[in-house]
Design a protein around this ligand. Structure first.
Ligand SMILES: Cc1ncc(COP(=O)(O)O)c(C=O)c1O
Length: 393
């Protein structure tokens, strides 16, 4: 079978980033990369803050944050007044979990594709409240219909107080049919929290069209915002019940200000985030999405071919915009999280290529991403050198 052609590069896009040119950056998914113009925008805001900290914090900052939130929420198709800026998806998840009022006998339902830190947060909230965490196994190859069916069968109305699902999973790069899942959960009276860490910038699905009770996504991955920028969208019936992790001066103002104002922090990442959207829009949002997904697919096939993995064994991410792709590693490699981390570091050091190595259900996977700063030859170099590295156990 022939390897797909890589997409045409987006001219000049590489120059927008300050990434080390000696390294292939093939893991945009973990921590993103901030374009130079966005770094500069944040630095200008920091200069303004340092010129007169008192004025910066006391004259108009709450309004500037609200204005920024409206801008970002508008881009994501979320209700601007029903959303709050938070530092990251992990924080947004914690805010929701501790606002649910879980009690002994309640159940939090999630899937075995969930993000590790989110699973830990669920476990802690369950320990704190006496609720129980139940994790539904979902086969990697499950179709949308099968996935919805498994979730439907797993709900326990009256006991399941919240269902936590990913929009696009981290370890398995699988797109979940979140709108359909929300529909099924609603039929059974179960609220849904969508972990959409990878969605902003990469996926065109709007927050409103998913209709979840809670949705939280990072702008600091695929929307080019400075790190520390995420949006938590909350359905109207929950807004009064949402409590911040830290009580501060806007507590009496209600949602979203009470969640956004978290005392003395560096809020410049939020204020500079619209510059990330500006970069994305100037490159062309649809063009970037199509480019990144096609490049990730190309990289997946190149590396899979080099490792002797037939195309039929490559997981299908489930949607044309997904810019994260998995390749199965030879059996026995990266079988645990520690082994995966060690292998990821070894690939980084020896091959000058930053990739994600995932361990999921006892099996190792390589996860590659495509971004506007990547070129086809970076995946080709990795494909040429990886088999020998993996052979040296
Ligand atoms: C699915 C998923 N959820 C949550 C997170 C956590 O994001 P953050 O570290 O920005 O809180 C990630 C990060 O990669 C993720 O992939």
């Amino acid at each position: 079978m022939s390897v797909p052609q890589p997409p045409e590069p987006i001219p000049g896009a590489r120059l927008l980033f300050s990434l080390d040119p000696a390294v292939s950056h093939l893991n945009h998914g973990s921590f993103g990369a901030v374009p130079i113009g966005v770094q500069r925008a944040q630095q200008r805001l920091r200069d303004e803050m340092e010129a007169n900290p008192l004025r910066f914090f006391t004259q108009g900052l709450v309004d500037r944050i609200a204005h920024t939130r409206r801008h970002l929420a508008g881009f994501l198709g979320a209700d601007p007044d029903g959303s709050a800026l938070v530092g990251n998806t992990t924080t947004g998840v914690a805010v929701v979990l501790q606002s649910l009022g879980l009690q002994s006998g309640d159940e939090v339902l999630s899937t075995d594709h969930g993000y590790g830190a989110v699973s830990l947060a669920i476990q802690r909230e369950c320990r704190r409240t006496g609720a129980v965490s139940r994790v539904l196994p979902i086969p990697l190859a499950a179709s949308d219909e099968q996935l919805v069916q498994i979730i439907r069968a797993g709900l326990r109305p009256g006991r399941t107080r919240v269902l936590v699902v990913d929009q696009l999973t981290s370890a398995t790069a699988k797109l979940f049919p979140t709108a359909a899942i929300v529909g099924v959960a609603r039929e059974h009276g179960v609220p849904v929290l969508v972990d959409a860490a990878h969605a902003p910038g990469m996926l065109s699905t709007t927050v409103a069209s998913i209709g979840a009770d809670f949705w939280v996504g990072n702008l600091h991955k695929w929307a080019y915002a400075p790190r520390g920028t995420a949006l938590l969208a909350v359905a109207p019936q929950w807004r009064d019940r949402i409590e911040p992790l830290v009580v501060s001066w806007e507590q009496e103002s209600g949602f979203p200000a009470r969640v956004e104002w978290q005392a003395t922090l560096d809020y410049t990442s939020w204020l500079a985030a619209p510059a990330g959207l500006f970069t994305l829009r100037s490159l062309g949002v649809d063009r970037v999405r199509a480019h990144n997904a096609a490049l990730a697919a190309y990289g997946q096939r190149m590396v899979a071919d080099a490792l002797g993995v037939p195309p039929a064994q490559l997981p299908d991410p489930g949607g044309p915009e997904v810019s994260l792709r998995l390749i199965p590693l030879p059996a026995g490699l990266a079988a645990t999280i520690d082994a995966a981390r060690a292998l990821q570091a070894r690939i980084g050091e020896r091959l000058a290529a930053e990739v994600a190595v995932m361990s999921w259900n006892g099996r190792g996977w390589l996860r590659l991403t495509g971004q506007v700063y990547n070129t086809a030859d970076e995946y080709e170099r990795l494909a040429a050198r990886l088999p020998a590295l993996l052979a040296q156990r």
